[in-house]
Design a protein around this ligand. Sequence first.
Ligand code: NAD
Ligand code: UDP
Length: 314
Amino acid sequence: MAKKILVTGGAGFVGSHLCKRLLDEGNEVVCLDNLQTCSKENINELSSNPNFTFVLHDVTIPFWTRVDEIYNLACPASPIHYQFNPVKTTKTSVMGAINMLDLARDNNARILQSSTSEIYGDPMIHPQPESYWGNVNTIGIRSCYDEGKRCAETLFFDYNRQFNTKIRVIRIFNTYGPKMAENDGRVVSNFIMQALKNEDITIFGTGDQTRSFQYIDDLIDGMIKMMNNDRDFIGPVNIGNPNEFTMKELAELILKLIPESKSKIIFKDLPQDDPKQRKPVIDLAKEKLNWEPKIKLEDGLKKTIEYFREKIKK
Ligand code: NAD
Ligand code: UDP
C-alpha cells in the first residue's frame, strides 16, 4: 500500500537515492532539506513526479505534516562539512531528532534514524559489533558529529521506552556512489576527483588506516528492509560492507580504474582523532533482515567514476 513518507536530508547524497527508490515503489514522498551540504541538482529528476514534494526547512525547527513514515537523515556527514559549524551539527542531530520523534509520536508513524559507525569512535574492538559501546573523544573535532549521533540514538530509545514511539535505528558504515558531493572531502570522492583531474592523490597519515566501503544501492536496500521489518526489530543494526581496505589500497585501486590518470600519491598530516580501523560485523542484519551487501568495491567504484567523469564534462 502506498504511504506518505518524509525524508529529512532528502536532497543529500543518501537522501536523494532513498527518495527516488521510495517514489519508484509508488509512495508519496516529502523531501525536507535546508540544502546546507548538497546541491538541489540531486533531486532535479524527481521534481516532475506528482508524488514528490520538496520543503525547504531546517530540522532544528519543529515541523508538522501528516505522515506514515519518517527517515531521519538530515545532518552533514563528511568531516569538513560537520566541522565547519560544529555547534550547528550537534543542534541538527539532537534538536532534529527531538522534532522528528515528536512528529512520529503525534502521527503514530514509524521513524528510522540514520546513525553511524562514528558512534564507535576510534574503536578498540575490531571488527565492530552493535554490542560495542565505542571509544569517542568527547572534546575532539569529530565529537560534534559523534556525540550528536550518540545522543540521537539515546533519544530514539527513550522515546520508544517512554512513549512507545515506533523506532528503527541503523548504523551506517562508509558509503559511496553517484551524487556524492565532489567537494565534501570524503576519501572516495576526493581520490576519484583528484585522479580524474590529474592532481595529487592526498593520503592522510601513512595510509594504513582502514575503512570498509559500501555502495549506495546496498545501503538503500538495507534501510528499506529495516524500516519495513515487521518483527519489531528496532536495532541498532550495522549496515555496511565488511570488505576492509587501507587508504593506500583504495588510492591504488582508483588509479588502476583510471589508467589514463597522471596523478601521484602524496602524504599529508592525519587529522585529529581519525579512526585507525573500521569494519562492521553484519551478522545481526543477516539474521534479522536477511540483508547483506552485494556490490564489490571495484564494481561500485566504476559506476562512481563514471558519474564524476560526466560531472566534470558538464
Ligand atoms: P549529505 O551531506 O549528502 O546529506 C545530508 C543532508 O542533510 C544534506 O542534504 C543537507 O543539506 C541536509 N541537512 C543538514 N543539516 C540539516 C538541517 N539542519 N535541516 C535540514 N536538512 C539538513 O550526507 P549523506 O552522506 O547523504 O548522509 C545522510 C545521512 O546518513 C546523515 O545523517 C549521515 O550522518 C548518515 N551517514 C552517512 C554515511 C555515509 O557514508 N554517507 C555514513 C554514516 C552515516
Ligand atoms: N582520507 C585521506 N585522504 C583524503 C580524504 C580522507 O586519506 O583526501 C582518509 C581520512 O583521513 C580517513 C579515511 O580517508 O582515514 C576516510 O575518510 P572520510 O572523510 O571519507 O570518512 P571518515 O573518516 O568519516 O570515515
